[in-house]
Design a protein around this ligand. Structure first.
Ligand SMILES: Cc1cc2nc3c(=O)[nH]c(=O)nc-3n(C[C@H](O)[C@H](O)[C@H](O)COP(=O)(O)OP(=O)(O)OC[C@H]3O[C@@H](n4cnc5c(N)ncnc54)[C@H](O)[C@@H]3O)c2cc1C
Length: 426
């Protein structure tokens, strides 16, 4: 009801707003944790699908597997979901669009959209992702709150029934006649996890390497970056390169973090020492150096630069991808754009380590040559790979076959049913 001119509407001051907020949250602003049972900490856990690494790809893989009814466990060494996208501070996923239309959707997009909507942010207009606007591709990435995304992704995992295990990582791995047995350790926890299907989403192909399967790696990898927020940002940087950054072991990642923070301190002190930037504040420094490149798997199929740039439609394509070739070197980065209309695809067989059974890999360590990888590693593609691997693993577990034996029509139908955009290969 509109207020009449005689009735003055209640004046909303900061105090009334805050007391209203306090009333709203009375009794609901605190959390209560149920005591952990013995069985959560020790012993043998049985799963249809085990996902190792709850980053950009792994979160989506786990949700998809669980939504298809698989008993799903997700092991993440860190304290939250999202990996490079959240903890690494690269909270601007892309690209979900190319040539005027959306090319990647599904569970990753659902979470990204939910995060932006809750924050009352705005999404890029994908219909404008045409030439020449697409040359400035970062404008079509989605800016979002990393913390909010991590919380929303976690909520989606819990709602789907994913058993989340933070602060844990696998110590050993052994193949069994019907899957894999992993010894998993954490802070005061030790468990044996038996799974029918395993998905390696560590970003470094760590589990695949532990299983003794072939990996590939360049002599010199792309630099990592440490991300931060300055106020006022002005002409200052918000990330600095960390050459040699490698997240594949605790030792190398420790060195990358120390080098990253040292560089930020030096940069920040230099800014404080200049009259024009002396008032600048460091609002946020991400807790770890974000790493671009370490190991990739050697898969049943390897996506080459030619395949990627040619927009090859693989017979087992399960997702589209789009990003320029984007290799960072000591000289910086010069994105090489794709020809107008080109939309590369991702084959399921590039997510399968060569000669393996009951194992999939999703994320930046997809089987690809270095230049194709420099484009495929971006977040929207990692999410699409995550969803494809989660669906393939769940379907394989329920029918007792290895993922490559799941009929492609069944896999594609399941992906479409869960909102993904799947290339038409007919
Ligand atoms: C500086 C930088 C800038 C980038 N810019 C962009 C950009 O503008 N747009 C874009 O879309 N992409 C960008 N990317 C690329 C993109 O962010 C990453 O390639 C992508 O997020 C990788 O996803 P992932 O799932 O493979 O790995 P991650 O997201 O890194 O996830 C791996 C997860 O596995 C966990 N883990 C690792 N080992 C273990 C273990 N042994 N046990 C348990 N858990 C483990 C990690 O803690 C992490 O959570 C950028 C990357 C970097 C580094």
């Amino acid at each position: 009801m509109e207020s009449s001119p005689q009735q003055s509407p209640r004046r909303v001051t900061r105090r009334t707003l805050l007391s209203g907020t306090a009333a709203l949250f009375a009794g609901s602003a605190a959390a209560e944790i149920a005591p952990a049972s013995e069985s959560q900490n020790e012993g043998r856990i049985s799963a249809d699908v085990l996902v190792v690494g709850g980053g950009t790809a792994g979160t989506i893989a786990a949700i998809q597997a669980a939504r298809l009814g698989a008993r799903t466990v997700l092991i993440e060494q860190g304290s939250q979901l999202g990996g490079t996208m959240t903890t690494g501070g690269v909270n601007f996923p892309g690209l979900f669009c190319a040539w005027g239309r959306q090319i990647i959707a599904g569970i990753g997009w659902e979470l990204v959209k939910a995060t932006v909507e809750l924050q009352c942010g705005s999404l890029p207009d994908f219909s404008k992702s045409t030439w020449p606007a697409l040359r400035k591709h970062p404008q079509f990435q989605v800016r979002l709150s990393a913390g909010l995304y991590a919380a929303i992704a976690e909520e989606a995992c819990v709602q789907a029934g994913v058993a989340l295990r933070y602060y844990e990582f696998p110590l050993s791995i052994r193949q069994t006649p019907d899957g894999w047995l992993l010894e998993v350790v954490g802070k005061g926890t030790r468990a044996e996890v038996h799974c029918r299907q395993l998905i390696d989403c560590t970003g470094n192909a760590s589990v695949t390497g532990m299983a003794g399967l072939a990996l590939q790696r360049e002599a010199e990898t792309q630099p990592g970056s440490i991300c931060f927020t300055l106020d006022p940002a002005g002409q200052t940087k918000n990330q600095l390169y960390v050459f040699g950054a490698d997240s594949s072991t605790s030792e190398t990642h420790t060195a990358a973090n120390i080098a990253g923070r040292k560089t930020v301190l030096e940069y920040f002190r230099a800014l404080k020492g200049r009259s024009e930037t002396g008032d600048i504040k460091l609002l946020d420094l991400r807790p770890e150096t974000a790493v671009r490149e370490t190991y990739r798997i050697v898969g049943e199929t390897t996506v080459t630069k030619e395949d990627y740039e040619g927009g090859r439609i693989y017979p087992d394509a399960v997702a589209f991808a789009y990003y320029p070739i984007d290799l960072h070197t000591r000289e910086g980065v010069r994105p090489q754009h794709l020809k107008e209309g080109t939309i590369p695809t991702i084959p399921l067989s590039a997510l399968v380590p060569k000669g393996s059974t009951n194992l999939l890999v999703a994320g930046r360590c997809i089987s690809s040559d270095r230049l194709a990888n420099s484009a495929l590693r971006v977040q929207a593609s990692c999410m699409a790979m995550g969803q494809a691997s989660g669906a393939a693993a769940a379907l394989a577990a329920s029918s007792g076959v290895t993922p490559l034996a799941v009929p492609l029509e069944t896999l594609r139908a399941a992906l479409c049913q869960h909102g993904a955009i799947v290339p038409d290969v007919k």
